[in-house]
Design a protein around this ligand. Structure first.
Ligand code: ADP
Ligand code: MG
Length: 562
């Protein structure tokens, strides 16, 4: 499927239709409206090592998918293949078949301009290879994925795939002039609108390397790397160097077992990349690996920094649907403003369970009810003169979530996650600028722990020192903490030491020093930040919101939580 569809793209087709029977085992049929072949060209096309695509015998400047002239003869040698084609500007079509490597002469046929290749009984001539075909479903799924990847790289071409009477893919050709918009449209067709709404446009150039495409917000993550679509010179690839660069760019924002969703297109002069190292051309080799890696890491970090406090919208949708039976659904979604009538239903939704039963929302009383689970800012306050992207704090729920009102919506902030990111960003900045400032403890704190934790801490003592956490071993069962990072403020030193030891012990020795540093940094930030469960007053909440607006990456904590 891949080879035949690539041939159709090479032939300049704008519509390519695929049909499978039994996952391709019985029939693979690919029809295109490309430039077609004359009788002579058809005759040549199925011969070994014939290709029309190396105009000047230059293997360094490969612009087409094909260039080896091997696909058609190979397919013809293991199946019953029939190619019907009508060359552009010619009145008649010709058809030629190859069965198990035996070629039959071309015959006149009927077809509109373009080419149809039908492959029946794949591997009938080579039963040993037939055994290696996976189940119908699996093979069909591989075909869908192959076609999706090619479709992402070629928005101007329409693609369809039918199998067993079902349409599995159908994307119309996108005819927009603006390449970025066209790509966004096509990615939306394939990956869904959720992706395009939660992705950032990437566009970076360094020397003769260009990186474009869309990178998902860190909070829009997946459990595997399978939704990372990479293309080099429009060719779908799965390349370790590129995947590693993506990992590096996102490592500050995601837990180790979560993966971003993205579609990235790298273009570079053909002589800078060897696509000939892998039979399916899935892996490539770059001449200058350092600058490719540098461009990708740099471009992604830059793009993510511009996202600021943005988080994925998908969590909000789930959260909102949970509210619906309570009546919030009656507020017309997307209207952006809340009128006084739907205000009532919001008020109704904001009733809280407490040991004493349901407490109706009564802002004036709220502060004085001892067990009140929410703190409300006085709502009759005069409307703010300035508008802030994250709005003004209106309430705190469960001593964990800050609810803020913006001009056209509401924002819910997880105070712990937000503070964790801010502490982390400050630490990174401080380390980059002057090394971290520490605070000497007047009375050094002795913390007792199991020997394995002491060992873990002792091994990383130098790394910890760089981060402002200065410890000494005190025999086998205790450490002394002498200094802590100043920006953590008034922390519970013993608790902090135990938490770090826990994390170090758990993540083991495998961490490289750099990994360890970042890991410790994240751990310090996490354990040193305002915990969920602390009540904040209105000023504190607003201060947190304003600081979030000024902090890079404040849309997620270090583990990808929004
Ligand atoms: P390659 O793509 O490496 O040139 P192939 O065996 O895939 O080798 O194809 C051989 C030749 O057949 C191509 O170079 C091209 O000239 C011709 N050809 C194959 N498929 C098509 C098609 N769908 N439309 C027009 N020409 C085609
Ligand atoms: Mg080819």
């Amino acid at each position: 499927v891949k080879e035949l569809v690539e041939n159709a793209i090479d032939a300049g087709a704008t519509q390519i239709d695929c049909l499978l029977e039994q996952g391709g085992r019985n029939l693979i049929s690919i029809t295109d409206n490309g430039k077609g072949m004359t009788q002579d060209e058809l005759n040549l096309a199925v011969e070994r090592h014939t290709t029309s695509k190396l105009d000047d015998d230059d293997l360094m400047h490969i612009q087409h998918f094909g260039f080896r002239g091997e696909a058609l003869p190979s397919i013809g040698s293991v199946s019953r293949m029939q190619i019907t084609s009508r060359a552009r500007g010619h009145a008649e079509a010709w058809s030629l078949s190859v069965e198990g490597g035996v070629k039959h002469p071309p015959e006149p046929a009927a077809l509109t301009e373009g080419t149809r290749v039908e492959v029946r009984d794949l591997f009938f001539a080579t039963p040993a290879r037939l055994k290696f075909l996976k189940t119908e479903r699996t093979e069909q799924q591989h075909a869908v994925e192959t076609l999706e990847r090619l479709a992402m790289a070629h928005p101007e071409v329409g693609f369809s795939l039918k199998s067993g009477g079902r349409t599995l893919l159908n994307v119309p050709p996108v005819t927009m002039l603006n390449a970025e918009n066209a790509r966004r449209e096509r990615l939306g067709h394939i990956l869904g609108k959720d992706f395009t709404e939660n992705a950032l446009s990437v566009s970076h150039t360094r020397d003769n390397l260009h990186l474009t495409g869309f990178a998902g917000l860190p909070t829009y993550h997946r459990g595997t790397a399978s939704a990372q679509y990479l293309f080099v010179n429009h060719r779908p690839v799965r390349d370790k160097l590129l995947l590693g660069a993506i990992r590096a760019a996102y490592q500050d924002f995601l837990a180790r077992d979560r993966y971003p969703v993205l579609a990235l297109f790298l273009t570079l002069p053909p002589e800078e990349v060897d696509v000939n190292v892998h039979p399916a051309k899935a892996e490539v080799r770059f001449r200058d690996t350092q600058s490719v890696r540098g461009l990708i890491v740099g471009a992604l970090k830059h793009t993510l920094a511009e996202a600021g406090f943005r988080s994925a919208t998908t969590g909000a949708v789930t959260a909102l649907s949970a509210f619906r039976p309570g009546g919030i659904g009656s507020a017309s979604p997307g209207s952006g403003t809340y009128t006084s009538s739907n205000r009532q239903s919001i008020d109704a939704a904001f009733r809280f369970q407490s040991p004493g039963g349901i407490i109706p929302r009564q802002p004036a009383l709220m502060e004085t009810v001892p067990s009140a689970p929410a703190t409300f800012a006085p709502s009759e306050e005069t409307p703010p003169k300035e508008t802030y992207p994250l709005g003004l704090a209106r309430a705190q729920l469960h001593e964990t979530y800050i609810i803020a009102q913006t001009t056209d919506g509401i924002v819910i902030v997880d105070q712990h996650a937000a503070h964790e990111r801010m502490v982390y960003e400050k630490m990174k900045q401080a380390i980059a600028q002057e090394g971290i400032k520490t605070q000497h403890l007047l009375i050094p704190e002795v913390v007792e722990m199991e020997p394995k934790y002491i060992t873990a801490l002792a091994e990383q003592a130098n790394a910890l020192k760089t981060l402002g956490f200065v410890i000494e071993e005190l025999g086998e069962k205790a450490i002394v903490v002498r200094e802590v990072p100043a920006l953590l403020g008034n922390v519970n030193v013993a608790q902090l030491a135990r938490d770090i030891a826990d994390d170090l012990e758990e993540s083991g020795q495998a961490l490289s020093l750099m990994d360890a540093l970042e890991h410790i940094c994240g751990t310090l930030a996490c354990h040193g930040s305002i915990r969920a469960g602390r009540r904040l007053n209105v000023e504190e909440m607003n201060a947190l919101l304003r600081e979030m607006e000024a902090t890079p990456h404040s849309g997620q904590c270090n583990h990808g939580r929004p």
